[in-house]
Design a protein around this ligand. Sequence first.
Ligand code: HEM
Length: 285
Amino acid sequence: MAEAVRRTKKEGLEQAKGDVIQLLQDKKCHPILIRLGWHDAGTYNKDVKDFPHRGGANGSIRFYPEINHGANAGLVNACKLLQSIADKYDGVSYADLFQMASALAVKDAGGPSIPMRYGRKDAEGPESVQPEGNLPAGGAPWPNGEPGPGDHLRKVFYRMGFTDQEIVALSGAHTVGRAYPNRSGFGKESTKYTKDGPGTKGGSSWTPEWLVFDNSYFKYIKEQNDNELLVLETDDVLFKDEGFRPYAEKYAADQDAFFADYAKAHAKLSELGVEWDPSPIPFAT
Ligand code: HEM
């Protein structure tokens, strides 16, 4: 049976905001909600014109086969958490709920306030799902035979319309969260920073305080002097590649600069491929 079409209204946004904040407090699930919003949006292909086949922040990650794509391992848990909110009222689209949860998670973890707009139209069925392979890989072999991580990041993020500066700023989201061997295959079973949770236990984090959104990611990636912390090849390249390095250095030295650029890049990410129904609603998130 086809799902009823959900259309975002102001009251729905208000209800959802309260429930998401409660969920974050209860479950400490900030990182996985940020990742869900990113993976829904990050399928976007600027060269495909029609909605929703161009991908982007259209809620299609809730459908099989997309939720089963290798890059999305573990994200079914994030979908379930938010489904419990979606089940309570229909005044917020899935696409909006996913992006709202991500923006609130960033802010609740101590990060910047992201200038969010709502009214995203949902993809209504699995036939709109983008083919697998639009999200970045964290290590070699690079999926399209790119020679290294810098070329791979540019191939993927330029397809979405991002610049080198935005690639570096967005990568800073790894200041929170962890990688798990049984999901992405990266990281250790557990480290001294992750063995006790809170929330899910284990995995490898990029920073010791992996529930705090700050600029420490750039400091640890630069120093690389703690083998209990994770560094993917795509993180490492931010201080090695000439086009990325000036931004990585700037963000390591200046948290305000990172927050300002991150907020803009995240807002852009949250609107990739969006069709407004009928027009965007600014709403403090
Ligand atoms: C630059 C290219 C990127 C690569 C190669 C990459 C790769 C990865 C990998 C391999 C994981 C571990 C997943 C797991 O094992 O569960 C991960 C986690 C994560 N990623 Fe990325 N990512 C990238 C960019 C981003 C961006 C742009 C954002 C958000 C704006 C983001 C947010 C996150 C978060 C918050 C987590 C932690 C999830 C959790 O703890 O459950 N990543 N990423």
